[in-house]
Design a protein around this ligand. Sequence first.
Ligand SMILES: CC(C)(COP(=O)(O)OP(=O)(O)OC[C@H]1O[C@@H](n2cnc3c(N)ncnc32)[C@H](O)[C@@H]1OP(=O)(O)O)[C@@H](O)C(=O)NCCC(=O)NCCS
Length: 303
Amino acid sequence: MRILRDTTFNDTVLDELRALAERAEATDGHAPFSDDLWQHALAGRIDVALVAGPDSGGAAPKGVAFAGSQGTRRAAELLVDPEARGQGYGAALLTELLSSVDDELWIWSHGDHPAARALAARHDLVRARELLQLRRPASAPVPETIAPEGITVRTFVPGQDEAAWVSANAAAFSWHPEQGSRTLADIRAAEAEPWFDPEGFFIAVDPAGDVAGFHWTKCHPPAPDLPEARPVGEVYVLGVIPRAQGSGLGAHLTALGLAHLASVPGVDEIMLYVEGDNAPALKVYERLGFRRHSVDVAYRRRA
Ligand SMILES: CC(C)(COP(=O)(O)OP(=O)(O)OC[C@H]1O[C@@H](n2cnc3c(N)ncnc32)[C@H](O)[C@@H]1OP(=O)(O)O)[C@@H](O)C(=O)NCCC(=O)NCCS
């Protein structure tokens, strides 16, 4: 086997990697890469790009690894073609990845694959972050909740609420490696996406008119050839500014978003991502009927 190392993937390789990612998603039942890192790879904004293939060369890649920025951290993805697993490609790619990056590196294992666990143990990597995906049926009843005193909830107004959302989001997620650094450009780019729907984006305002919290929902279109053949609703971003936390606003905003998602034609499941150690959020979500669906693990070198 041989591993080619570069700082980006060329267009031919990217086409092969798109096909590889689709095959992996069909086999494994979930997308193989974090959205943001994969977008960076497609746009050439990575700095380590490894492609593994047979010695003879010429064949489509059997495995791939890449590293780049993910929010405030340096992170990496590694994927072996389902048909080439068990032949040492993963081990070779991980060895090369670790020798290419000396400093901090968060290496994702989407779906907590047992082979990734074995490889991590062999390289003395530790489970440093767990990102849970929770799901609930859209038809499960949504309990009646009320807004805390003085708080009113309305939907997002494009052209008016962007800057206030950026600061409320930064306050709620100041501790989060990716979400806390969302910018005006990020929200404007999201508003241009076909899935963006202000009617599914709830804004809680306090008596002074300031944003106290928000629940941005999202509907993923169906992917007929992939495991998600039906549209899936998502609790995309939920945040309450620190001084308003613990007053029931998070639960109220979540419930409003769930009722909205359940009314979207074709949506019969609702998903969300939450950090495994985010106790307040887990409490809100579990009380509203969400249960664990899958887990993505980020490994790091032992300190
Ligand atoms: C998660 C979040 C949206 C919840 O909003 P909230 O308004 O604080 O939530 P609620 O008041 O409705 O409920 C929070 C519950 O968690 C509990 N809680 C708070 N801190 C806790 C902790 N450390 N451990 C366990 N439970 C905790 C509260 O006591 C409350 O439960 P209760 O109703 O039984 O008293 C809010 O804390 C937040 O914005 N956090 C930062 C951003 C974030 O994590 N968003 C979710 C990302 S998936």
